[in-house]
Write a protein that binds this ligand. Structure first.
Ligand SMILES: NC(=O)c1ccc[n+]([C@@H]2O[C@H](COP(=O)([O-])OP(=O)(O)OC[C@H]3O[C@@H](n4cnc5c(N)ncnc54)[C@H](OP(=O)(O)O)[C@@H]3O)[C@@H](O)[C@H]2O)c1
Length: 239
């Protein structure tokens, strides 16, 4: 396959290495800020986009213009998902997005869904989320923390929405609080804690390297070729 990598930062470079290590004879085209255009995309079988929150939607439109299916890993643009979904449908295009492409994190989402359903019967427990990422990360909370919160909120109606914890956060049992920490070199850690006066239960996902995200994104790219529409990890993985 001819695979266009849009964005050649930490993730773009890890994805390039995964594709090379798979030794399937794929051709890789690298498109960064300076040389990104619909014309440059022509001939690609699929594109993988990991750039920055303010660039993702423009790049999705360039892929639709070029008729190239696109896998998007960039986070913090999902508030415009409806508009993007409409554009994909109107252009008969193909988009695969995930706030987190790691298989382990998607299993973590599913375990959280099941645990939240159990906890709906146990009102003595409160729940909170903590995420830790490297200091260059632009968005907070992480897309993965937001997705984790959405999964929990869908099963736990006693919590009303999520809120990013800050210095001025008022203590309240209502919103699901997400604490975001930034520390050097952390690829991504997410901790869900249920605590009661008697005890505490924690679910932790700790990425060791970026490789897990990259492998999931490449798997999604191979899966997306030949499909039309908007897809997520749950469509590809039988979780
Ligand atoms: N879904 C997942 O599993 C997952 C996993 C990890 C990270 N992420 C997300 O992926 C995104 C990228 O992460 P990263 O760690 O790779 O960031 P990064 O190291 O900062 O790399 C981003 C790259 O995108 C380039 N870029 C910026 N604007 C562009 C544009 N308009 N067109 C093409 N390229 C452009 C940047 O170039 P310049 O240096 O010139 O700005 C840089 O090379 C972030 O949103 C992050 O949260 C998602």
């Amino acid at each position: 396959m001819k695979i266009a990598l849009i964005g050649y930062g930490k993730m773009g470079k890890t994805i390039e290495q995964v594709i090379k290590d798979q030794q399937r004879g794929d051709e890789i085209m690298i498109l960064d800020r300076e040389n990104m255009s619909a014309a440059r995309l022509h001939g690609a079988d699929v594109a993988i986009e990991f750039t920055r929150p303010d660039a993702a939607i423009g790049n999705i439109h360039l892929c639709l213009d070029a008729g190239v299916p696109v896998v998007v890993g960039t986070t913090a643009w999902l508030d415009r998902l409806d508009e993007v979904r409409a554009a994909v449908t109107a252009r008969s295009g193909a988009l695969f997005y995930a706030p987190n492409f790691s298989i382990g994190v998607n299993i973590f989402f599913e375990i959280n869904r099941r645990l939240a359903a159990i906890m709906q019967q146990q009102p003595q427990y409160d729940v909170a989320i903590e995420e830790i990422h490297h200091t260059e990360k632009l968005d907070a909370p992480s897309g993965t923390a937001i997705r984790t919160a959405e999964v929990i909120l869908a099963e736990l109606p006693r919590k009303k929405g999520w809120e990013l914890a800050g210095a001025n956060t008022v203590e309240s049992a209502l919103p699901l609080l997400i604490t975001a920490k930034r520390e050097p070199h952390v690829p991504g850690t997410h901790v869900v804690t249920y605590s009661s006066e008697a005890d505490e239960i924690q679910l932790i996902h700790q990425a060791r390297t970026r490789r897990g995200f990259a492998e999931g994104a490449v798997m999604a790219a191979r899966w997306l070729v030949g499909r039309q529409g908007v897809y997520e990890m749950k469509d590809m993985l039988a979780l």
